[in-house]
Write a new protein. Structure first.
Ligand code: BGC
Length: 505
């Protein structure tokens, strides 16, 4: 299939703008990684959740599975995602009407205030209110940054830039793990304040950055600033020869303007494959159980009888594996293809979940009573690492942004992206909110529960996800038309491809 290349080079100006925008991913990751470590710190628990602290201390002989089962403790972690879910809908209008950078600015400011409130928190209310503001930030940033990056990037670098956003998320999680480990050593017990307040550092970068960032040519054209769009295009492509790309952007803008109701459009029969993926991919991604590890690894390790320090250290190791394994995806996704990574990652996660569930069952059984010897514990951390690596080169980057962002035709891209972000947030919320009670009731079976979902999603990918590697976005319709199941949804006459191309399938 023929792909199109416009003149231009990777300019330092483009690299700089994308780096600033990608700091958004850093904050999202930082927020994912920070709460688990903080909730495993005794001074933090003593101040805000004394009943959980007392239960943990008295828990010499009782059921380990239920030590941390506290609704208010899970609310601290999960409130952020509910706020992000609601905010991402507002963000989609701001992004469209006022431009991408205003959404980034709104997200940055919200992050700054949230981080300040959290760092200075005196009671649970301040704590959760701050988390909600951080959530609003995640909603705005999660909506606008991937869009910004894809629109600024030259077509041939879009995939790589896309995964860079996921890489930033993993670096954010890892930094949070490291900082938690470092500050937990502060004797006076205020380390958690530093952990929470440090979210202000990346927040400041994106807030100030977005004041100076140019908006994307696509957004400028959409809002009638044609001359400015040309000027930015010249600057980011480093050439005056931008007419062809510019006219294509204007044409795409016209089609997109004609589609007044992307939300109504996307439920039409011909978009059924797209809508199915927009909902199921983020749903499945969360049902891998990854955020059980990302949010609660230190709490989980304490449940298994690790000391506070070892728990935080193990989270650091896991965070590092997550970052490194993402590079594997960056390096292989355009050669090996999406399907192979999804399937391989699925098998790897499945094997680890079964092993982990069984290891816990052997030591704690159904009563939750028992202790774990050191080498046994080391094995558990090892299998968690292998599981996380499997996620980080498959469902992480591919399910997070890459596949959802490349399968939609332009006229439904904004709606599809919003659905993707909100389903992701909704199930991140559900997993965060239900994990601790589920651990208490399902016990080791919780690992088998997520393993069951990994089986379902792996079969789903094998049967229903066509390979999209190296296929130009504008020609993606051909991939669906050639698919054994989805072909009946795609009409033979299509505005995206010529009759000749259609006949070649
Ligand atoms: C997911 C997050 C997850 C992260 C882990 C992202 O793709 O959407 O929920 O915590 O990967 O690296």
């Amino acid at each position: 299939m023929e792909s199109k290349e416009y003149p231009g080079k990777l300019t330092p100006f483009l690299v700089l703008t994308c780096l600033v925008a990608a700091t958004g991913g850093l904050i999202v990751g930082y927020d994912i990684g920070i709460s688990g470590g903080v909730t495993s710190m005794d001074p933090f628990l003593m101040k805000f959740f004394p009943s959980v602290y007392r239960k943990e201390k008295q828990n010499q002989s009782s059921n380990q599975y239920c030590t941390f089962d506290s609704q208010i403790l899970t609310t601290f972690t999960s409130s952020l995602y509910l706020a992000a879910l609601v905010a991402s809908f507002f963000a989609s209008s701001v992004t469209r009407i006022f431009g991408r950078r205003w959404s980034m600015l709104a997200g940055g400011v919200s992050f700054l205030v949230g981080a300040a409130l959290n760092g200075a928190a005196q009671d649970v209310f301040m704590l959760i209110f701050g988390r909600i503001l951080l959530g609003i930030g995640v909603g705005f940033i999660g909506q606008s940054v991937p869009l910004y990056l894809s629109e600024m990037a030259p077509a041939k670098l879009r995939g790589m830039l896309n995964i860079t956003c996921q890489l930033m998320i993993t670096i954010g999680i890892f930094s949070a793990n490291l900082i938690n480990y470092g500050v937990s050593k502060i004797e006076a017990g205020w380390g958690w304040r530093l952990s929470l307040a440090l979210a202000a550092v990346p927040a400041t970068i994106i807030t100030i950055g977005s004041l100076f960032l140019p908006d994307t040519p696509n957004s400028l054209i959409e809002r009638g600033h044609d001359e400015k769009a040309k000027e930015i295009l010249r600057k980011i492509r480093g050439t005056d020869d931008i007419l062809e790309e510019y006219s294509d952007l204007v044409a795409a803008g016209k089609v997109s303007k004609k589609t007044r109701h992307p939300w109504i459009n996307i439920v039409k029969r011909k978009y059924r494959p797209h809508l199915t993926m927009a909902i199921l991919i983020p749903f499945f991604q969360q049902l891998t159980g990854i955020n059980v590890i990302m949010f609660y690894a230190p709490v989980l390790f304490k449940t298994l009888g690790f000391g506070s320090n070892t728990s935080l250290m193990s989270a650091v190791i896991i965070g590092l594996v997550n970052v490194c394994a993402t590079f594997v995806s960056i390096g292989t996704v355009d050669r090996l293809g999406r399907r192979l990574l999804f399937l391989q990652g699925g098998f790897q996660m499945l094997a680890c979940q079964i092993i982990l569930g069984t290891l816990i069952a052997i030591k704690f059984g159904t009563t939750g009573e028992g202790t774990i010897p050191k080498t046994y514990a080391a094995f558990m951390v090892l299998f968690i690492c292998i599981y996380v690596a499997g996620f980080a080169w498959s469902w992480g980057p591919l399910g997070g942004t890459l596949v959802p962002s490349e399968i939609f035709p332009l006229e439904i891209r904004s709606a599809g992206q919003s659905i993707n972000v909100s389903v992701n947030m909704l199930f991140t919320f559900v997993v965060a909110q239900t994990f601790l009670p589920m651990l208490c009731h399902f016990k080791f079976g919780l690992f088998y529960f997520f393993a069951g979902w990994v089986i379902v999603m792996t079969i789903f990918i094998a049967l229903f996800l066509p390979e999209t590697k190296n296929v130009p976005i504008e020609k993606m319709i051909l991939v669906w038309k050639a698919h054994w199941f989805w072909n009946k949804f795609i009409p033979d006459k299509n505005e995206h491809v010529s009759t000749k191309e259609m006949a070649m399938i």
